[in-house]
Design a protein around this ligand. Structure first.
Ligand code: UDP
Length: 253
């Protein structure tokens, strides 16, 4: 989609957001920067921006087809997309289907335990505070969202999980966990925003049993496993292969 890219509005760790000539639209440019552990670890991974942009675009299209409202409007270039301008809600909604990562560091829950129903955790998005996990009472105290909006956010996140679990299953990938961000558009509607990519999801290759080789997401970077870009490329390749196939009944991706 053609848009006029205006001045830089904001630069984050993985993306730059630009104004456009349309007051309600922004351009999101995906950078090659990789960061982990609250930006203590940083590298440039050539090609990562394009891969995350293309993967995110496909996932947003898939969600829209399944009646989940997102900020995504279309691709602007290989590593950039047009999104609705939103007021970001400073919360990170994490859904976990399999226990790993911080859940296993912070609790005695054993790694790889299947979580049924999936666990939904809400974190306060603030790097200076280290993105703390919130309790329901603390979330209420913060006053960022009403109880009704919290219910809606959780409902959206669980719906995204069932659509994506099923979609990734069709391409032999296990959606272990992922993070969502949401925001309000100019009519106050809650939209799924930011990105959904191997930077923000854990995806395991079901065609491989080796617990390190099967990792295709940012854990390759976090754990110094190498082959980060190759992992992301494999995900995009399978997604592109899937879009040629006839859609299945539930998740029309
Ligand atoms: N995640 C993310 N951004 C964050 C924290 C987590 O995208 O700031 C994603 C992460 O990639 C994983 C899921 O959320 O898919 C759960 O992450 P976890 O809480 O286990 O944290 P981690 O172990 O990555 O520190």
């Amino acid at each position: 989609m053609k848009v006029h890219q205006g001045p830089l509005l904001y630069e984050g760790k993985a993306k730059r957001i630009f104004q456009t000539d349309h007051p309600e639209q922004v351009v999101l440019e995906f950078k090659d920067d990789a960061t982990a552990f609250n930006a203590l670890k940083h590298s440039i991974l050539q090609g990562k921006g394009v891969l995350n942009c293309q993967i995110s675009a496909h996932i947003f299209e898939c969600l829209e087809k399944n009646n989940v409202s997102t900020h995504y409007l279309g691709l602007a270039g290989n590593n950039s997309m047009v999104g609705q301008k939103i007021d970001v809600i400073p919360l990170e909604i994490v859904i976990r289907n399999i226990a790993t990562g911080s859940l296993c560091k912070q609790t005695p829950i054993v790694s790889e335990k299947e979580l049924d129903p999936p666990l939904l955790d809400i974190y306060y998005k603030d790097d200076n505070l280290g993105d703390p996990l919130l309790t329901e009472a603390r979330l209420k105290l913060l006053g960022l969202i009403t109880d009704r909006q919290r219910e809606e956010i959780e409902e959206i996140a669980r719906k995204v999980n069932s659509i994506l679990l099923e979609f990734f299953q069709t391409i032999d990938l296990t959606l272990v966990d992922f993070k969502l961000e949401m925001g309000f558009n100019n009519s106050g509607k809650i939209l799924v925003a930011d990105e959904i990519s191997p930077d923000t999801c854990r995806l395991w290759d079901q065609r491989l049993n080796d617990p390190e080789k099967r990792i295709l997401d940012k854990d390759r970077f976090r754990k110094n496993l190498g082959g980060v870009v190759e992992g992301y490329e494999e995900i995009l390749k399978r997604i592109q292969g899937a879009s040629g196939k006839p859609s299945n009944a539930v998740s029309d991706c």
